[in-house]
Design a protein around this ligand. Structure first.
Ligand code: S3P
Length: 261
């Protein structure tokens, strides 16, 4: 064996070690998940993730391959999250609720924490139409916008393990709800009219409010929609005065309870 062949052999041994270490790591991830479940502990513990990151940074300080190794760890972390997400949810998580209930914020956080694909329906529609939601309403009317929502929801039933953040009106149509439930669990986020007002008062991209952006109008519209939202929901989460982390943790717990049923 010449030197080159020997080095290649050493490289193959290194790869084997990496595979073994990753297998071991993934097995530990599964044990941590099982432990948290047994003892009813929160699934999301961002502080722990930060601690681990800090430790890695310290270990790699001054290492000439620091950047490359950190890049690999980014992937490893992402894949750990995917393993967790696949184990916890074999379906899409579909967030519905009134505007300002927190759909975008919660779906963004959830998709980051579990490395799940995020689909913001309003955003996809805006990109496809190359127009803002307000302009779509103004140019083609609400019915046209609603038909785009239905079309998109139908397409999304071919996906799995995604977080889908619906537009506030998407769950009002029975046909849409049927689509959501084909491959997903529907989570309704609620908030009081006052909270919604605080969250949307400075936005001018809510054509449904049509400039009548006040607590009374919001309360009235919310009450009109309440029954349909509740009928569509598999899980309901009230978001007032809660942190994003608290809301996500409650959402996970409630979905896991549903899994068990
Ligand atoms: C709507 C809510 C909006 C958007 C559109 C219509 C509604 O989404 O889809 O303006 O009917 O409630 P957000 O709830 O994300 O603001």
């Amino acid at each position: 064996m010449n030197d080159l062949e020997m080095y290649r052999e050493q490289l193959a041994i290194c790869d084997d070690k990496i595979i073994d270490a990753l297998m071991e790591r993934n097995a530990v991830i599964e044990k941590i998940m099982a432990y948290k479940e047994t003892y009813g502990m929160p699934v999301l513990q961002p502080a722990q993730e930060e601690k681990q990151e800090k430790r890695r940074k310290e270990k790699l300080a001054g290492n000439k391959y620091q950047e490359e190794i950190q890049d690999v760890f980014k992937r490893i972390m992402r894949n750990s999250k995917r393993i967790q997400a696949r184990k916890l949810f074999h379906y899409n998580i579909v967030l519905i609720g009134f505007m300002g209930a927190g759909k975008s914020t919660i779906s963004d956080y959830l998709s980051t924490m579990f490395a799940m694909r995020l689909i913001e329906m309003d955003q996809v529609i805006e990109e496809r139409e190359e127009m803002s939601i307000s302009d779509i309403f103004a140019t083609y009317g609400e019915e046209y916008f609603r038909s785009l929502e239905t079309k998109l929801l139908k397409e999304l039933q071919n996906t799995n393990n995604c977080v889908i953040s619906c537009g506030g009106g998407a769950a009002l149509k029975e046909e849409n709800v049927k689509e959501m439930k084909k491959n997903g669990r529907v989570v309704l986020l609620t908030a009081s009219p006052q909270t919604v007002y605080e969250r949307v008062k400075d936005c001018d991209d809510r054509p449904i409010l049509d400039g009548r952006n006040n607590v009374e109008v919001i309360a009235e519209m919310m009450e009109k929609r309440r029954e349909k939202y509740e009928a569509a929901a598999d899980v309901v989460i009230q978001t007032d005065h809660k942190t994003v982390l608290q809301i996500c943790e409650e959402l996970i717990t409630k979905l896991m309870e549903l899994n068990g049923k």
